[in-house]
Design a protein around this ligand. Structure first.
Ligand SMILES: [Zn+2]
Ligand SMILES: [Zn+2]
Length: 285
């Protein structure tokens, strides 16, 4: 059932664990001694885990009207109308709803990267706080099971933690929705996605995920919600959701911190293949 400790505990050699503990202790001391800073730009702010006004106002919160399948904002649709975007009509995704707290942009990216490379658990808390509203809109928490998108074990060993797992832990703490770190496994170490378009990314991550042996029992009657930091091409989420569907769960959806959204003003599609290498490392994780 739900793990209380996340993926971090089962990783690394004893020496690595000791080093991480020392680093974590040092971070606590540093966090205590230094004034709170904006997670977006580093400016000193009044309260911990609060954005400065400039970063806060630069955040774009996607909302209604949006695609019923992938939650892509559809500004030209009528509010409350249940419609699908062109991409979902052409190729229906394996999830019912994939909202994100914010649209992907410089501040959202910084927060995600600081969590990923700096293990800033405070950032996971901040992300979860802004994701909680979207989670509530997906349905009742007691029917849910939060499932962080897993890393392959090699990646987990080298990084020491799964950023999606940290966010799922914080969401569970905030909303009371149970989570399960081990329902889904990453069985294939995927090649880097850098420079690859949507179709090729789908091909690379196909078959990357598998269910735990007793997944059917754990997922029975549940609404499974995949948790991840960034929704870029959606290839990883689709592959993970496809695996979760095989568990016989009542429903599968996903929730992310930031969603790459085509530019609504210019109408330009964001070129997924051009996303920078940091993002690329995240996506292959
Ligand atoms: Zn700021
Ligand atoms: Zn859609």
């Amino acid at each position: 059932m739900a793990s209380a400790t996340g993926d971090a505990k089962k990783t690394g050699a004893p020496g690595g664990v000791a080093l991480r503990l020392v680093r974590a202790a040092a971070r606590v001391i540093v966090d205590y001694a230094l004034p709170p800073r904006c997670p977006g730009c580093g400016t000193v702010v009044g309260e911990d885990r609060q954005f400065c006004l400039a970063c806060w106002s630069s955040l774009d919160f996607p909302g209604d009207p949006c695609c019923a399948s992938c939650s892509l904002p559809l500004p030209s649709a009528m509010p409350g109308e249940r419609i699908q975007c062109g991409a979902c009509l052409a190729d229906p995704p394996p999830f019912d709803g994939a909202p994100a707290a914010v649209a992907y942009g410089p501040v959202a990216r910084t927060v995600a990267l600081r969590l990923k490379y700096g293990r800033r658990t405070g950032h996971a808390r901040l992300m979860a706080r802004l994701m909680a509203r979207q989670l509530a809109a997906l349905g009742p928490a007691e029917l849910m099971l939060l499932v962080p998108v897993p890393l392959h074990r090699w990646r987990l060993w080298s990084r020491g933690f799964n950023q999606a797992g940290l966010v799922a832990d914080e969401l569970a703490r905030l909303t009371g929705a149970p989570r399960d770190h081990h329902l889904l496994r990453r069985v294939k170490a995927t090649a880097p996605l850098r420079g690859k378009g949507r179709r090729e990314r789908e091909r690379v991550v196909a078959g990357a995920f598998a269910l735990a042996a007793d997944a059917r029992v754990r997922a029975a009657g549940r609404h499974l919600v995949l948790i991840d930091d960034v929704h870029a091409s959606g290839a990883t989420l689709r592959a993970a959701a496809r695996a979760l569907r095989r568990s016989g769960a009542a429903r599968v959806s996903s929730l992310t911190w930031a969603r790459v959204v085509p530019d609504a003003i210019t109408g330009n599609e964001i070129d997924i293949a051009s996303l920078d290498s940091d993002m690329d490392q995240r996506m292959t994780g």
